[in-house]
Ligand binder design. Structure first.
Ligand code: FE2
Length: 233
């Protein structure tokens, strides 16, 4: 599967929405907040096996993520929200319909999630490693806090490593498809790393064993993406 670069969609690059037209130059963007072509998965469905099985990846990407994309397009079509870049849209999400919040979050969060995983072995940059040690005490303590947030999130949602406006890193969890860029979220900032803990992300392989899925997640984290997000935060 051809790799497509989602990186332009994250971090500070979010505001530069017109760039997307150059990244996906095959068609005109439907709006500033969303591209008119559903972004491709950056690796094959089986690339993350055995941590994430191919069938789960296929259904998650081609059914769940695709549905968020399609429904987000429909929810903002011919509305003022279609004129906003994603960062601005999320910053004012409390004033927009639930369909925009749920599907916009679902569209964006999954792109972050796909990109912060990969089959290659990678490591945190010296800068990120140092920031994590400063903010959490050690890499192990960070991983424990992040995993706890993911395991304890009640029902569907996400866990995050976030860079706050004050430059400090923190871990948080959000319900449903909310994310740290949204004004409805208590702890706001730039997402660096996320894990999807909706059952659709793991149930085929792990059934009810969310903790096992979360513990295995570290085997497929693409630190190169997290390093890049930290650098561009
Ligand atoms: Fe998901």
């Amino acid at each position: 599967m051809k790799r497509r670069n989602f990186i332009a969609l994250v971090g500070t690059s979010l505001a530069a929405a017109p760039v997307w037209a150059n990244v996906y130059n095959s068609s005109k963007p439907a709006s500033k907040a969303i591209d008119s072509v559903f972004p491709e998965l950056p690796y094959a469905y089986n690339a993350l096996e055995p941590t994430i099985d191919a069938k789960t990846m296929e259904i998650h990407y081609s059914k769940h993520h695709k549905a968020y994309y399609t429904n987000f397009l429909a929810a903002i079509k011919d509305t003022p929200a279609a004129e906003l870049d994603l960062k601005s849209l999320f910053a004012g999400i409390s004033k927009l319909p639930a369909a925009v919040r749920n599907n916009g979050g679902g569209y964006y969060n999954h792109m972050l999630f796909w990109e912060n995983m990969g089959p290659e072995k990678t490591t945190p940059s010296a800068a990120l490693q140092s920031a994590i040690e400063k903010n959490f005490g050690s890499m192990d303590k960070f991983k424990t806090e992040f995993a706890d947030a993911a395991k304890k999130q009640f029902g569907s949602g996400w866990a995050w490593l976030v860079a706050g406006k004050d430059g400090q890193l923190f871990v948080s969890a959000t319900p449903n498809q909310d994310n740290p860029l949204m004004d409805v979220v208590e702890k706001k900032g730039t997402p660096l790393l996320c894990i999807d803990v909706w059952e659709h992300a793991y149930y085929l392989n792990y059934q009810n064993r969310r903790a096992e899925y979360v513990d295995n997640f570290w085997k497929v984290v693409n630190w190169n993406t997290v390093n890049e997000r930290y650098k561009n935060r």
